[in-house]
Design a protein around this ligand. Structure first.
Ligand SMILES: [Zn+2]
Length: 293
């Protein structure tokens, strides 16, 4: 898939894995079959597995090149990591080769940004070298939202190496210990084209990253939405949202913000076209996919 232009900047998705996961009734505590079925025709097969109705999800990174900097947004699961989820355990994917195939050598990355610190957003922060976890992007600064980091650092005091399925220990702390982490507030601007917005609820410190150039905008929204059915039902928070109510409130705000700005919404797990424009439909919202030719 080719890079997309946002003004003079480019954005490109690099996928780690993609497949069918949870059934929607398990994913969304507020799931409603009739409401789901009303959208099903366009969701099958890219977003919903035919027959089983399982939700299809991709795990990918967004590569942003502003002309000044190369930025990675969210770093997937990573290789060789011990994980409870069998589909995520000890992966060995050619992710770094795919990154290089789109002109992004690991040493060329200036900033790594994680929308939040869940296990599937921090994995490639580190790689295994001589039995140790070391920062994969050795010339990069890793920008973590202060509030998000503080939350998981506190969880780590009681949960230890179980924190975020092991990822805090093998994918976050080694970056901090190597002196490569910078804890940021939402007024931090790593590049003149980038701004940060707080959308708490999925996790306490979840952020979206906005890229703006030449009258165009892209919004990298992490897991504020996992699946496009949530565009149509923003009150459907996922079972992985730490605060169901706050997550729904932030999701609705994100949709309203995207309508107002005309931003291309680029979530972390939407398969198919991966990104789209949010439109108002009365009191509700719809997505128009940005299909690449
Ligand atoms: Zn995720």
């Amino acid at each position: 898939m080719a890079a997309r232009a946002i003004g003079n900047a480019t954005i490109e998705k690099v996928e780690e894995i993609c497949g069918a996961g949870f059934k929607p009734a398990r994913m969304f505590p507020k799931f409603d079959q009739e409401a789901f079925d009303a959208q099903k025709s366009w969701m099958v097969p890219d977003h919903v597995e035919p027959g089983s109705d399982r939700l299809v999800g991709s795990v990918h990174t967004w590569v942003v090149k502003t002309g000044k900097h190369t930025i990675l947004i969210d770093t997937c699961l990573g290789n060789h990591k011990d994980r409870h989820n069998p589909g995520w355990n000890k992966l060995n994917t050619p992710f770094l080769e795919r990154l290089q195939a789109c002109g992004c050598h690991p040493d060329s990355v200036d900033f790594v940004m994680c929308t939040h610190l869940h296990v599937d957003h921090v994995g490639w922060n580190t790689r295994l070298e001589n039995g140790r976890w070391v920062p994969t992007f050795r010339n990069a600064r890793y920008l973590f939202a202060k509030r998000e980091y503080a939350h998981w650092e506190n969880e780590h005091k009681t949960q230890g190496k179980e924190t975020n399925g092991g990822s805090f220990d093998d994918s976050v702390l080694p970056v901090v210990e190597a002196g490569k982490a910078v804890m940021i507030d939402s007024d931090h601007q790593p590049d003149p084209l980038l701004t940060i917005e707080d959308y708490p609820g999925h996790t306490p410190g979840s952020i979206a990253i906005n890229l703006k150039d030449g009258g165009r905008q892209a919004c990298f929204s992490g897991d504020i939405m996992h699946h496009p059915i949530q565009v149509y039902h923003p009150d459907w928070s996922s079972q992985f949202c730490s605060d169901q109510e706050l997550s729904a409130k932030s999701r609705r705000k994100l949709l309203e913000d995207c309508v107002a700005s005309g931003a291309l919404l680029c979530p972390a797990h939407f398969p198919g076209a991966n990104a789209g424009y949010i439109k108002r439909r009365g009191d509700a919202f719809a997505i128009e996919w940005d299909v690449q030719k």
